[in-house]
Design a protein. Structure first.
Length: 70
């Protein structure tokens, strides 16, 4: 499937329109890394078909899914 055949909305990789949203925490640098403090939180929006994922910091889930799907 090429870009001309695919609808302009959906997963940027495969065009699928179903997503999953998960939360992850990461460790920063410096003292937070030394003490293993997970101080950075992100939401991950991923395609349920191909697994392509994007990270988002802050914001509402619906807004993130809309950004992901175009």
């Amino acid at each position: 499937m090429n870009d001309h055949d695919r609808d302009e909305h959906g997963c940027p990789k495969c065009g699928h329109t179903e997503t999953e949203v998960d939360d992850i925490s990461t460790t920063g640098t410096g003292l937070s890394k030394f003490f293993d403090i997970q101080n950075r939180r992100f939401r991950v929006v991923s395609c349920t078909n191909c697994g392509y994922a994007e990270l988002y910091k802050g914001g509402r889930t619906n807004d993130m899914v809309d950004l992901f799907l175009g």
